[in-house]
Every structure is written in structure tokens, then in C-alpha cells.
Design a protein. Structure first.
Length: 614
């Protein structure tokens, strides 16, 4: 069994644990959402109908008073409109019987309404105003109060039911929270324990190779690595033993002493499962391991780009980028983000390759070439895609119960269910703020998943720089002033255009400016600047805040990262979203900062559609 197969099997328990936990979470969240929806479906319509019936009967009573006072036409028009409204809401209530005793209360209200309506019609036909006034107080008013009392009874029944069901949902949610917590802990422990056990079994032969290598380092060339099996580690052990035999023979000869280092390193490189190619400064291939020869051909000569290009053009671009980084004197190029992996299709199916490069120095310490390694990260890429899919699913499923919860909180804040005290309203306001923060987090997660998966479309149009800067500054001026921070903008000499998606560009500015406000003390300032060149425009957001230590500057655009030691502010996704949006436009983003001297976040955008990256 191949090593990659064993490693994949070692991750299966964790994947199963995630799937089980996801199924449990989706099921329980769905139950909670259904419980919340039932409150609105069963009782809210009846509460609304009862309130409208009360309003209608009160206006009909006012209309009767108009008639008794001699304003017959005005009173009859008012009565006719509200009579129809009362009957519509009464019919709705009769069709929405959900609580015990509500059927009897609705029928009683219907009878009182008909009795009131009969008296009302007799009242309207009377022409003697003295008789009208007597009938209004002796006959019509008591029946009006009876109808209103019936509507109040239905209103009270449904309001009490809403309170009772809300308490049930709250108790149910607490039970679900406890259940999901224990399920998550058990699933995580089980998956970790099983995966650790399998991983330990897989890497155990590596300890044998380590001990063998240590003894060889100490000069014992008689030692051999004893590893059974047919996977890559066993093959590596065989090659290791072969190398040791060669070392032993070379050490016993004068030629061996001269070629010892070269052959040992070549044997080790050949045993690697990933392609390794050494090139000179111009890109010409100097040496390659066996895996590289199997991929690109038994004889490698000429520039590396020409050897790779027939396999996958995107891989050529990745290699060019890595070599450029090393040749610029920046050291080894070691990308840790799997998003830089390139997909290729070969005889064995799809593969994901991550390009790494390291400088090669000569005896004088000068740069002599570049070593390129194409790491096969297919398994890691698939696991990363699975985790992104799960995160997106969880975030999407959270939206339904969040919507129901926000609606229920809105109803409570409007005091439609019942009148609440000031302390209760404070608690509801706090709950609404927490719901909004959770909604923002879910939206951020969905945005960054769409950006990383390439599913978020950009609708780019030409945008004038001057109007853009003015609008952005105006949109955030109130936020800055609330924190006692001065915000301003600096325009370039000429008004030009950038080619970008307006909505996404505003989101980038919002994330950078909100980040600057959070980390700038009162009395500070934020300046938004734009600089132009022939092909692009560079935008900057400069603050006078606390600054970022140099050791953390390379990580600030990573998801969920926040500088250690600071009070946690936000979700840690804003800068990551901004980075993905700018890169989707074909631009670049970065920062310049010193602790105590503030920070300057910058990004570039192309001027016109036809330019690179546009």
C-alpha cells in the first residue's frame, strides 16, 4: 500500500467525525428553526387579527357616535369601511384556530358581532336623533363593549401561547446546545485518537531511518535500515541501504572520497516522491531526480519552462514566479497556502502541485542556481476543499435559524407580543446586537469561501477616482467622528478611472477603514490617498494607530489572524476578504507599518479593461 494511501486512510476518522457532527448540527438546527417558525405560524396571525378587529369595532363605535350627533353620511362611510375590515379579520381568525378554547372564543365573538350588527342596522335606520342618542348608550354601547371583550379574549389566548412556546423553544435550544457540545467533543476525541494511532503506525518506520542516519553520521557504514513493506518509506529504506553500500565502497577508494558527497545527495534526491530540478541562473536544467525524469521525460535539457509547458501552462507560470522570487535575493520560496497549488491532469488523473524553490550557492557564497521542488499536495488540497465545503454548508444552514431568531427579536422589540420592562428591552437589544454580529460573521465566511472557490463573479466598470474617494470618505466619516478620529482624503493631480467592481471595491475600503478605526486611538487621524502611474492606481489607507510588529506583518491577511496581545476586535476575516477581492481584480495588496508609528495598507487596481489583470 502506498504511503499517500495510508495517510489518506489515517485522515478518514477525522473526516467521518466531521461528517457525523455536521449531520447532527444540521438536524438539530433544523429542529430549532421549525420550533421558532411554529410560533409565528400558529399565533402571530391571530394576534394581528384580534388587534385589527379591536381597531375596526372602535371606529364603528365612533361612526355610530357621528350618526347620533347628526353627521350621518360621514358616520355611515366610516362604519362601512370598518365593518368589511372586521368581517375579513374575523373570517381569518375562525380559519386559524390553534389553541385550546380558541374555537369557543371565536364562535362567541361571531355571535356577539352578529348581535351588534343587527342592533347597528336598526340604529342606522332611526331618524329621530333623540332616540338615536338613547339607543347608542342603552343598546349599542354595551354590545360594542361585548364584541371588544371577545376580541381581547382571543388576543390574550394567543399572546399567552406565544410566551409559552417561546419558553419551550428556549429550553429546547439549551438542550440542543448541550447535546451538540458533547457530540462535538466525543467526535473530535474519537477522530483524533484513531487518526493518531494510525499515523503513529505509518511513521514508525521513519524512526528506524532516523536511527540509521544518525549512526551513519557517526561513521558507522555497516548499519542497514530494516523496514518491511512496499510503500515509499520501504523503498526509501532500500535506496538508503543502497546509498550506504555505495558510501562504504567509495570511502574505501580514492574516487569514492571525491564523489562521496555528490552521489549521496543524488541518491537522497532520487528517493523523493516529488519532482526536484536544479537550474542555473538562466533557467537551464542542470540536474533532476528520477520522479522529474518520469514526469517530463528521461532526458531533460534546455530551459525548465519548455520542459514543463506541454504538461500544464499554469505550472510554467508558477515555476516562473518561484524562480523570480529566489533570483530577487529574497531567499527560499516556500508557499504555505494551498490556494497557490496548480491542478494538472496526467496519466494518473488530477494532481495538485505546490511549487517551492530554494537558492543554490557556489563555494564563494554567490548565487549559482535555483532548485525547484514540485510538491504533490493532492491529498491536502482535497481535504482543504472538503473543509471549505463543510464551512460553507454550516454557514448557509445557520442563516435559516438566524432569520427566525432575528424576526422573533424584532417582534419582541416592537412589543407586539407583550409589553416589556426596560430591563427586558435592554436584554433584547443585546440579543439583537449578538444576532447581527453572528449574521456578519456568517456573511464574511460565505464571501471568503465564494472568493476562494472562484464562484463570486465580479461586475467591473470604469470608476472615476475623485468621486470614489469622496464617497468613501463620506460613508465612513460618522464612524470616525464617533471615535474622535479625523478622516480625510488626498486626490491625485488628475481624475482618472479604474476598472473594478464598485460593490466589491467599497467592501475593500470598508474593511481597511474599519480596521484602521479599531486600531487608532481617539485624537488620531486616517488619510485615504490615491497615486497613479501609467497602468494602475495605488490606493492607500494610512492611520496613526498602534502599528503592527514586523514579525506579524506577513500574517495579517491570513484568515482569522489577529495580532497576539491585542484585545480581539472583529472576526479576523476582513483583511483576508480584501486580499481575495483585490487579487481577483488582478491587483496587489500589502502594508507598511512600524510599532507606534501607525500603518499604511495599500492596494493596486488596473486603469482600463484591456490592461493586465483587468
Amino acid at each position: 500500500m502506498l504511503l499517500r494511501t495510508k495517510l489518506l486512510l489515517a485522515q478518514v476518522p477525522l473526516a467521518l467525525a466531521l461528517l457525523v457532527l455536521g449531520a447532527i448540527a444540521i438536524t438539530t438546527i433544523g429542529q430549532l428553526g421549525s420550533s421558532s417558525e411554529r410560533i409565528l405560524k400558529d399565533n402571530y396571525r391571530s394576534v394581528l387579527a384580534a388587534q385589527r378587529m379591536k381597531e375596526a369595532i372602535e371606529r364603528m363605535d365612533s361612526a355610530a357616535l357621528f350618526i347620533a350627533l347628526g353627521r350621518r353620511q360621514e358616520g355611515q362611510e366610516l362604519a362601512w369601511r370598518n365593518r368589511s375590515l372586521f368581517e375579513e379579520e374575523l373570517e381569518t381568525q375562525i380559519k386559524n384556530i390553534t389553541e385550546k378554547g380558541e374555537q369557543e372564543a371565536s364562535q362567541a365573538l361571531l355571535r356577539r358581532w352578529r348581535d351588534y350588527l343587527a342592533s347597528y342596522e336598526r340604529f342606522v335606520r332611526e331618524t329621530d336623533y333623540q332616540v338615536l342618542r338613547n339607543r347608542f348608550f342603552t343598546e349599542l354601547l354595551p354590545k360594542f363593549l361585548a364584541v371588544k371583550e371577545g376580541a381581547d379574549q382571543i388576543l390574550s389566548l394567543n399572546q399567552d401561547a406565544m410566551v409559552r412556546k417561546s419558553d419551550e423553544v428556549r429550553r429546547f435550544s439549551r438542550r440542543l446546545e448541550t447535546f451538540i457540545t458533547f457530540a462535538a467533543i466525543l467526535a473530535a476525541l474519537a477522530g483524533i485518537i484513531v487518526s493518531m494511532a494510525l499515523t503513529t503506525m505509518i511513521i514508525r518506520p521513519l524512526s528506524v531511518l532516523t536511527q540509521t542516519a544518525r549512526r551513519i553520521k557517526e561513521g558507522d557504514l555497516e548499519v542497514r535500515a530494516k523496514v518491511e513493506g512496499s510503500d515509499e518509506i520501504a523503498l526509501l529504506a532500500q535506496e538508503f541501504n543502497t546509498m550506504t553500500d555505495s558510501l562504504d565502497r567509495y570511502r574505501k577508494s580514492s574516487l569514492g572520497e571525491l564523489l562521496q558527497a555528490q552521489h549521496s545527495s543524488q541518491a537522497a534526491i532520487d528517493s523523493l516522491p516529488d519532482p526536484v530540478v536544479a537550474t542555473d541562473l538562466e533557467g537551464k536544467i542542470l540536474n533532476a531526480n528520477r520522479t522529474a525524469e518520469a514526469w517530463f521525460g528521461p532526458v531533460l535539457s534546455g530551459p525548465l519552462g519548455e520542459a514543463v509547458r506541454p504538461l500544464e501552462p499554469a505550472l510554467t507560470a508558477a515555476i516562473k514566479k518561484a524562480r523570480k522570487y529566489v533570483l530577487a535575493g529574497k531567499g527560499a520560496y516556500l508557499p504555505s497556502d494551498l490556494e497557490e497549488a496548480v491542478k494538472i491532469v496526467g496519466p494518473e488523473g488530477e494532481r495538485y502541485l505546490l511549487t517551492q524553490a530554494a537558492p543554490v550557492y557556489d563555494e564563494t557564497g554567490s548565487l549559482a542556481g535555483v532548485s525547484v521542488v514540485l510538491r504533490d499536495v493532492t491529498l491536502l488540497s482535497k481535504l482543504d476543499a472538503m473543509s471549505k465545503s463543510l464551512v460553507a454548508t454550516f454557514a448557509h444552514e445557520f442563516r435559516t435559524p438566524l432569520t427566525s431568531l432575528r424576526l422573533a427579536i424584532h417582534i419582541l422589540l416592537e412589543q407586539l407580543a407583550a409589553t416589556m420592562s426596560e430591563r427586558q428591552l435592554d436584554l433584547i437589544y443585546a440579543a439583537r446586537e449578538d444576532c447581527e454580529r453572528l449574521q456578519n460573521l456568517v456573511d464574511d465566511i460565505l464571501d471568503i469561501v465564494r472568493l476562494q472557490s472562484g464562484k463570486l463573479e465580479l461586475y467591473r466598470v470604469p470608476i472615476r477616482i475623485f468621486s470614489l474617494m469622496e464617497n468613501i470618505c463620506d460613508q465612513h466619516r460618522l464612524l470616525a467622528e464617533e471615535q474622535e478620529i479625523m478622516i480625510s482624503y488626498s486626490l491625485p493631480p488628475f481624475d482618472e478611472e479604474v476598472f473594478a467592481d464598485p460593490e466589491r471595491l467599497e467592501l475593500v475600503f470598508a474593511n481597511l477603514i474599519v480596521n484602521a478605526v479599531r486600531h487608532t486611538p481617539p485624537g488620531g487621524s486616517i488619510e485615504i490617498r490615491a497615486r497613479t502611474n501609467r497602468e494602475s492606481v495605488r490606493f492607500e489607507v494610512k492611520d496613526t494607530g498602534e502599528g503592527i510588529p514586523e514579525e506579524y506583518q506577513a500574517q495579517v491577511f491570513d484568515k482569522y489572524f489577529q495580532v497576539p496581545g491585542n484585545i480581539r476586535k472583529g472576526t479576523g476575516l476582513g483583511l483576508a476578504i480584501a486580499k481575495n477581492i483585490i487579487e481577483a481584480h488582478g491587483g496587489e495588496i500589502g502594508l507598511e507599518s512600524e510599532p507606534g508609528q501607525g500603518s499604511t495598507f495599500w492596494f493596486t487596481l488596473p486603469k482600463t479593461e484591456g490592461q493586465p489583470g483587468g
